[in-house]
Design a protein around this ligand. Structure first.
Ligand code: KIV
Length: 288
């Protein structure tokens, strides 16, 4: 069993030029697969709002939901670096709110770090959480919690003016004390510059290859979410098809009498004659 990583290992991996790989997932079962596969990190993302709860976006996700999912993931992957995702509204109103909720993730969720979305606009919150001794992962570019303000889930930084704003966000997040930066949905040219100028690990999801590592949602990479697959995601297997076929087979076998078969049944180990006599007598007394 590999030793659980720390933030220092992530920095070391960057220095060694070793790519870090993380996956977004939400439950103990998948967390155990990730740990067995050797995943460097797991993010319990607020994308659970769409994948697990069926909402159109991430905004309705609450702290209590996120923490419950972190607890499950931690039980499934006790030795994997775990990041909790601060949901919309958990850090926007004040630095006090931000610190209180980040502390909840650490104490109740068992995470190693928290992630929050936003750049210049949330730099004060990043600073406050970092000063409380908590590792902050910044997340800029396409930030799903602000999709209403962005007019949808849209790639960011595609021209000089918008790329400049993202670079400024990256610098603000770094200067505020974030130990890691995640870039989502930005062109490789923009990501590459940020990766070049920042001394902290810079990871990407839909940000090209010039980063210190990659993140994908298990729902996309393992083919579980059927509503939408982003352009940047690669499907490594097709769980949706396997699961649907498995369910079809189950329905057909139950309806056709093939399941349960003898190997799925428990054996009665008592005296069968005595039991039959007992049941016959018992049945006579029943008044149903
Ligand atoms: O919630 C999530 O899945 C995320 C990823 C897009 C990184 O924040």
């Amino acid at each position: 069993m590999a030793k659980k990583k720390t933030i220092l290992d992530l920095v070391q991996m960057k220095e060694n030029g070793e790519q870090a790989v993380w996956m977004v997932l939400y439950d103990a079962c998948f967390a155990s697969y990730a740990e067995e596969a050797g995943m460097d990190m797991i993010l319990v993302g607020d994308s659970m709002g769409m994948i697990v709860y069926g909402w159109e976006g991430t905004v309705p996700v609450t702290m209590d939901m996120s923490i419950a999912h972190c607890q499950g993931v931690r039980r499934g992957a006790p030795n994997t670096y775990l990041i909790g995702d601060m949901p919309f509204g958990a850090y926007h109103a004040s630095c006090e709110d931000a610190v209180r909720n980040a502390v909840r993730f650490m104490k109740e969720g068992g995470v190693d770090a928290i992630k929050l979305e936003g750049g210049v606009a949330v730099a004060d919150k990043i600073e406050a959480i970092s000063k409380a001794g908590i590792v902050v992962f910044g997340h800029i570019g396409l930030t799903p919690q602000s999709s209403a303000a962005m007019g949808g889930f849209k790639v960011q930084g595609k021209n000089t003016a918008t790329a400049k704003a993202i670079i400024e966000d990256a610098i603000a997040v770094y200067k505020a004390g974030a130990r890691v930066l995640l870039l989502e949905g930005v062109p490789e040219e923009t990501a590459s510059f940020i990766h070049k100028i920042l001394p902290i690990p810079v990871y990407g999801i839909g940000a090209g290859a010039d980063c210190d590592g990659q993140v994908l949602l298990a729902a996309d990479a393992l083919g579980m979410y059927k509503n939408f697959t982003p352009k940047f995601a690669k499907k490594y297997c097709d769980i949706a098809s396997l699961a649907t076929q498995g369910m079809r087979d189950y329905i057909a076998e139950v309806k056709g009498g093939a399941f349960p078969a003898p190997e799925h049944k428990y054996k009665f180990t008592g005296d069968k004659e005595e039991f039959a006599a007992f049941l016959a007598e018992y049945e006579k007394e029943l008044d149903l």
